[in-house]
Design a protein around this ligand. Structure first.
Ligand code: AMP
Ligand code: ZN
Length: 115
């Protein structure tokens, strides 16, 4: 599995940097965001280093389906009936960590369109 030794989220997945873990399996890792934007705010990341959504291909897209299965399972366990899943891809969209991740936000009213 491809990982990047300089990547923050690869270091979190590997346990080199501590995190507040929500869930883990062989393919993905979920942990609470250090700067929560909602009463519930966690991130789901593939263990494999994929830098962003623009690099999802037929070869690795099954991990994305798996992440969404995991999101549904975690939200059910946390009692989050309504939630928003966000992926920022690229600098202009606000991606600051270049390792594919899905934000899961819940517990407050959300506005649309996003800013
Ligand atoms: P993005 O801006 O979409 O790339 O999201 C990166 C997210 O990672 C932000 O919401 C940060 O608050 C979060 N973050 C950065 N460092 C950490 C960390 N050490 N532990 C947990 N979340 C982090
Ligand atoms: Zn990484």
């Amino acid at each position: 599995m491809h990982t990047d030794p300089n990547c923050l989220f690869c270091k979190i997945v590997g346990g080199e940097i501590p995190s507040n873990k929500v869930y883990e399996d062989e393919l993905c890792y979920a942990f609470y965001d250090i700067e929560p934007q909602a009463p519930v705010h966690f991130l789901v990341v593939p263990k494999e280093h994929i830098c962003c959504a623009a690099k999802i291909t037929a070869d690795n897209s099954s991990i994305v389906a798996h992440c969404f299965e995991v999101i549904a399972k975690i939200c059910a366990e946390l009692g989050c009936e309504s939630y928003r899943v966000v992926n920022n891809c690229g600098d202009q969209a606000g991606q600051t960590v270049k390792h594919l991740h899905f934000h899961v936000l819940s517990g407050r009213d959300m506005t649309w369109p996003p800013g």
